[in-house]
Design a protein around this ligand. Sequence first.
Ligand SMILES: [Zn+2]
Ligand SMILES: [Zn+2]
Length: 206
Amino acid sequence: MSVEIQDPELKEMLEHGLYFHGHLCPAMPLGLRAGLLARRRLDVERAKSKELMLLSETGSGHLMQCVLDGLMMSTGCTYGKGNCKKLNYNKMAFVLINVVESKAVRIAVKPEFIRQALNSPFLERRQQGIPPEMIEPEIAEAAINRVLSLPEEDLFNIGDVYDYEYIYKQEGPLEFCEKCEEVVFGSKARVKKGKILCIPCSGYEG
Ligand SMILES: [Zn+2]
Ligand SMILES: [Zn+2]
């Protein structure tokens, strides 16, 4: 990738982001920039633990869902840590919450940008059903360069910081499944005919 990036933090994130994400596409770097912008609006570092919460309005199976990997990378909000939630609105927007100070900001990708991007060679190929990794690297790189070089105000609608109190759900006790004997955390065990069972052993749906 031959990209000139002035912002050292973004540069480092792009490297890690590409490695984590697995293919070249403009949506992941778009997420990197959006998450970084949200963090700077809230004046917070990447989440080490649960001090930030990411509510992503993206979904699954749409053209630009990759944006969430960029958001996770740049905010430090991840599925593993439990401070990332996908709302499945299939929208290119998210809310980043500073849980400690009860502040949040919502950022949405500008419709004008998406409209233009849909006519780009990269997204034209994607709309034909070509997977990202099969698209010519120079086409993917041109799309990424565009996302990385446009001014923030051309890419995003940036909301004001507002009050938002976010409370994590209290975790329940852990149980031992009476059939497979494996551990079940946080009240996810089921009771069937008087026996405490994990979800797979119970035959119930999650
Ligand atoms: Zn992607
Ligand atoms: Zn079990």
